[in-house]
Ligand binder design. Structure first.
Ligand SMILES: NC(=O)c1ccc[n+]([C@@H]2O[C@H](COP(=O)([O-])OP(=O)(O)OC[C@H]3O[C@@H](n4cnc5c(N)ncnc54)[C@H](OP(=O)(O)O)[C@@H]3O)[C@@H](O)[C@H]2O)c1
Length: 238
């Protein structure tokens, strides 16, 4: 197998870190990105390159992108999750922060890294199975990830002529620092290593779309085609 050049955003933690381990162990040249300098330093020996930048700051992305050559796979994984606790007193700043991180920054990442993806390459978006249905307190997170879904699906059409594939990923609940703060049941919780294996399989098979664990996502897809009043009852009752 020839080594691939793979850039992963959010490689300092959770799913991104497990994906980094997975691809590094197979002998690929993995570019690990994140903000956490200490973590990036720990990873520096294994990483082909590390990129410290805040993806909400275009000038930081641009500066790092100058040191990146050709990419086979661009994995847009980094993101955050914050909840709207009191919808009546809507927190506009929180909403803007989540949309900025999870959606708007993807535009900047694409601007600076997509030109580096070679013909035959892939762009991978880590969205969320939260977009399959509306959930309480998820106004910001769900809206940001629904935007990611549209972005990925639309971009796929426009990249056909460049022979670049787009893979959209919908993970269910994964045990990472992002879900540590969740104070509700997380059915069928997977480890980040398991999530990385699902994602890598989808990438290797050049899937347009992958969702896991199927036990959860199939159930959500089923609920989502039911009349609104049924799933509203189910969700509001928890
Ligand atoms: N965990 C789940 O159950 C779950 C389910 C569905 C989808 N997802 C999605 O999977 C992705 C990874 O989540 P995770 O659970 O692995 O979360 P995590 O452990 O909290 O990791 C988030 C990663 O994103 C990076 N990041 C966040 N904001 C950033 C910014 N402004 N600039 C640069 N990097 C930034 C962090 O880097 P630093 O710490 O270095 O800043 C970190 O490496 C996210 O997009 C999330 O929405 C997660």
């Amino acid at each position: 197998m020839t080594a691939k050049n793979i850039l992963i955003t959010g490689a300092t933690s959770g799913i991104g870190h497990s994906l980094f381990d997975y691809y590094h162990q197979l002998g690929n040249n993995v570019i690990a990105c994140g903000r956490n300098q200490e973590k990036l330093q720990e990873m520096a020996e294994q990483a082909y390159m590390t990129g410290q930048f805040d993806m909400t700051i275009p000038s930081e992305i641009e500066a790092f992108s100058k040191s990146v050559d050709s990419l086979d796979i661009l994995v847009l994984n980094a993101g955050n999750c914050r909840y709207i606790d009191d919808a009546k007193h809507f927190d506009g700043a929180l909403f803007a922060d989540v949309i900025q991180t999870n959606l708007i920054s993807l535009g900047w990442l694409l601007q600076y890294f997509l030109p580096k993806v070679r013909e035959g390459g892939q762009v991978v978006f880590v969205s969320s199975s939260a977009t399959l249905m509306p959930f309480q307190r998820s106004e910001a997170y769900g809206a940001s990830k629904s935007g990611v879904d549209y972005l990925a699906n639309s971009l796929r059409l426009d990249l056909i002529k460049y022979k670049i594939d787009v893979t959209l990923i919908h993970p269910g609940f994964i045990k990472t620092p992002l879900t540590e703060k969740n104070d509700f049941p997380m059915p069928f919780l997977l480890t980040s290593e398991e999530a990385a294996q699902h994602i890598a399989k989808a990438i290797d098979n050049r899937k347009e779309y992958a969702h896991f664990p199927k036990r959860l996502t199939t159930l959500l897809k089923f609920f989502s085609i039911m009349p609104n009043w049924i799933w509203r009852k189910l969700i509001v009752k928890g």
